[in-house]
Design a protein around this ligand. Structure first.
Ligand code: HAM
Length: 408
């Protein structure tokens, strides 16, 4: 319930996915060398000889991408924001926080390549964390892109070959196919510490992108640590990858995980459209909450504080022109969502015309515009799209102004 409410405030729309998909979908996206595909999928045949194998979905991302491409949105309407929730299935030896059937709440954004979007998702997770009163640690890393990843991959491969005698069986098996996994090996922990790090191999564009993500997070007051060994177990990630960890869940400490996957839509037959998302492990979140009993009271009180606005349409489309304005806009968006407004923070890297068109298309009631001049003067231009009126409002008065206008 809480995640749904936060998703509404961030202007995400629900997508319902089938539990069963072609096994090939996951092989082509999660990756042949991922644990999921190598050993965790429940795969079965539908009976008829020669018919494609199907699988119980082990994760939501590939299904969302498939649906997005099948609907032709990658070519017609690439900027989309989805959320989904429901059971996922992985062949596991069950233990605390690790189950064969578990629930995820996930979000996926398509058509946004800018770092502000990466930061916005991490801020969203932080909002959920804060509403539950939980202490969690946000770890981030950048895995690079097709331009810089090959050199990093080569360096890891060389490192793995040089230390062949010290590698575990799993690493032996997948070193040549996916040397990145050496970094998150649970057996070769000591060795992984001295292995090459992706951050040392980033190209200029990836380094700039990662720097911006950090700046936005710092501006929004979200604490994070950089973990250069964070590589994630799925093959589709590019650039920003992250995990949100809890000390209270035992050895399965990642409560939320996600990252950017700019090549996945194209790899699954769509246009070249960037993507990014995350999934919360609902059971792990529940365990984290149990181990922090006082968090329960906070969750209950924040859950009752929510109010609802017009369903499906954002109250505010927030347009920041340039990065400095975007940093300030992040905090304004957060304040608005804190008072239950549904807000879509637009890309600071697009042109004004395109952003206004999008605001119109998604049915925003208000557009709040923040450029250099507004930033310097501590104001925003507030456009009421329903009444076709524009006024200048002090940033400090934005939440109150919107609240009184919407109530009247
Ligand atoms: P993942 O890291 O495989 O990523 O799973 C996300 C979260 O699901 C984990 O952090 C954990 O909380 C939970 N989880 C995973 N496996 C289990 C299990 N066996 N039992 C209980 N909880 C589990 C993904 O699934 C990606 N699709 C996330 C994503 C979305 N990346 C981009 N968009």
């Amino acid at each position: 319930m809480l995640s749904r409410e936060v998703a509404r405030r961030y202007n995400f729309h629900e997508i319902r996915l089938p539990l069963v998909e072609r096994a090939e979908l996951f092989q082509r996206s999660s990756g042949e060398t991922s644990d999921i595909v190598e050993k965790q999928m429940y795969v079965f045949s539908e009976g008829e000889e020669g018919s494609p194998l199907v699988a119980l979905r082990p994760e939501g991302t590939p299904g969302v991408v498939r649906a997005f491409v099948e609907a032709g949105l990658d070519r017609r309407e690439p900027e989309q924001r989805y959320f989904y929730s429901g059971p996922m299935f992985r062949r596991e030896r069950p233990q605390k926080g690790r189950y064969r059937q578990f629930n995820q709440f996930g979000v996926e954004v398509f058509g946004r390549a800018d770092a502000a979007c990466d930061a916005e998702l991490l801020i969203m997770i932080d909002d959920i964390r804060a509403a539950l009163g939980l202490e969690l640690t946000t770890e981030i890393n950048s895995l690079g892109c097709p331009d810089c990843r090959p050199a990093f991959r080569e360096a890891l491969l060389k490192f793995g070959r040089d230390h062949w005698g010290e590698l575990c069986d799993d690493c032996h098996g997948r070193l040549e196919r996916n040397p990145l996994r050496l970094l998150d090996c649970k057996v070769d922990v000591k060795l992984a510490e001295s292995a090459p790090k992706s951050l040392d191999y980033l190209c200029d564009a990836c380094r700039t992108h990662f720097g911006k993500v950090q700046d936005y997070l710092a501006a929004a007051g979200v604490a994070f640590v950089i973990n250069p060994r964070l590589v994630r177990g799925l093959d589709y990630y590019t650039r920003t990858a992250f995990e949100i960890l809890s000390g209270g869940v035992g050895s399965q400490s990642a409560v939320v995980a996600g990252g950017r996957y700019d090549g996945l839509v194209e790899a699954l037959g769509g246009a070249s459209i960037p993507g990014i998302g995350f999934a919360i492990g609902v059971e792990r979140l529940a365990i984290a909450m149990e181990s922090a009993m006082e968090a329960k009271a906070a969750a209950a009180s924040s859950a009752t504080a929510f109010t609802s606005t017009i369903d499906g349409r954002p109250d505010v489309a927030l347009i920041a022109i340039g990065e400095q304005a975007a940093r300030r806009a992040m905090t304004l968006a957060r304040a608005l969502r804190g008072r239950a407004f549904r807000v879509e923070m637009m890309s600071p890297e697009r042109r004004m015309k395109a952003l206004l068109q999008r605001a119109d298309k998604i049915g925003a009631r208000f557009v709040a515009i923040l450029g250099d001049d507004e930033l310097a003067r501590g104001v925003v231009q507030l456009r009421d799209l329903r009444l076709s009126r524009q006024s200048e409002v002090a940033q400090t008065a934005l939440v109150d102004t919107l609240e009184s206008t919407m109530r009247s």
